[in-house]
Design a protein around this ligand. Structure first.
Ligand SMILES: [Zn+2]
Ligand SMILES: [Zn+2]
Ligand SMILES: [Zn+2]
Length: 299
């Protein structure tokens, strides 16, 4: 199971067009941030490779090429904002390669937005020419109602993005581990002795300004928390770094990574100020549990 941050930048991306600030002109590749999205890649209980995307950013094509996303089995949407949805058109390449439709999962209000914006995809019969457009199957999700995606357990978690109710996602690998990928106690002890820390369960909470009371339970017992940490200055719809650290303090994951980062924060300087166990996310950061062994069905 591999989790990759495909992009960690705020809605304008970093560098921002035309900006000459120190971060936008930095030579540190970690200061280059595509729009915020992620991918979970794993081998399912039948031994098939699966890729689940979180959001479809306007940079999706570039992210797919850069990080070798050679397939797409499902897309989970956090919310309807442009920086999380305007790459949806790009998935038609996966339809062509995989010769089949792709499941997309979102809350009802997010699906309504997608159907309005991407009418040529969802109301394909109205197109004058039957051209090369994505083929998607929409599914409605609700906070707290877990999905089983080929053995990966995905729980939508209610978050507030200013006044907009959105979702984060919690990923539990238990279904896979209990099925094809049972890990022996000896393998687990062996990995721990080498300093290996299992990054799962992992929760991905971008574009959040507040965690409502009912959601804290879904964030218990995490290996990793990925959390919005826009900048130091207050913002009406995003957590500041200090507010993100408050969430981390309460959730107590083994490790936490900030995402949706603006050009106010340089990677190296900010990383140096963060407490132990909390890090700046960066494009391409990959967290894996492969140290725990390959699924038995593959060996
Ligand atoms: Zn955003
Ligand atoms: Zn800048
Ligand atoms: Zn947003």
């Amino acid at each position: 199971m591999r989790f990759t941050l495909l992009g960690t930048g705020t809605s304008s991306g970093v560098p921002a067009i035309g900006c000459t600030c120190a971060v936008c002109t930095s030579s540190d590749p970690r200061d280059n941030r595509l729009r915020t999205g992620a991918a979970v890649r794993f081998v399912d209980v039948d031994g098939r490779a699966r890729t689940v995307l979180i959001d479809a950013t306007p940079d999706l094509r570039q992210q797919a090429l850069r990080f070798g996303l050679d397939r797409c089995d499902a897309i989970l949407f956090t919310h309807n904002h442009v920086d999380h949805t305007f790459g949806l058109d790009e998935v038609r390449r996966y339809n062509a390669m995989q010769k089949g439709p792709i499941d997309i999962y979102a809350e009802e209000h997010t699906l309504a937005f997608l159907k309005g914006v991407f009418r040529y995809i969802f109301d394909r019969d109205a197109n004058l020419n039957d051209s090369f457009v994505a083929n998607l199957i929409p599914w409605t999700i609700r906070p707290g109602e877990a999905l089983d995606l080929w053995g990966l357990r995905v729980t939508p978690v209610r978050l507030l993005h200013g006044k907009l109710p959105i979702v984060g996602f919690r990923f539990d690998t238990g279904g896979l581990r209990n099925g094809a990928a049972t890990v022996s106690a000896a393998a687990e002890a062996d990995a721990a002795a080498d300093g290996f820390v299992n990054p799962f369960p992992l929760a991905y909470c971008t574009d959040v300004s507040a965690v409502p009371p009912e959601s804290w339970r879904s964030l218990e017992g995490l290996g990793t928390l990925v959390i919005d940490g826009l900048r130091h200055r207050a913002h009406p719809t995003h957590l500041t770094v200090a507010q993100a650290l408050d969430v981390v303090e309460r959730v107590r994951p083994r490790a936490a990574y900030l995402t949706h980062i603006s050009h106010d924060l340089g990677h190296a300087a900010t990383e140096a100020e963060l407490p132990e166990g909390v890090h700046m996310g960066f494009d391409g950061l990959t967290l894996s549990d492969e140290r725990l062994g390959e699924p038995q069905s593959l060996t």
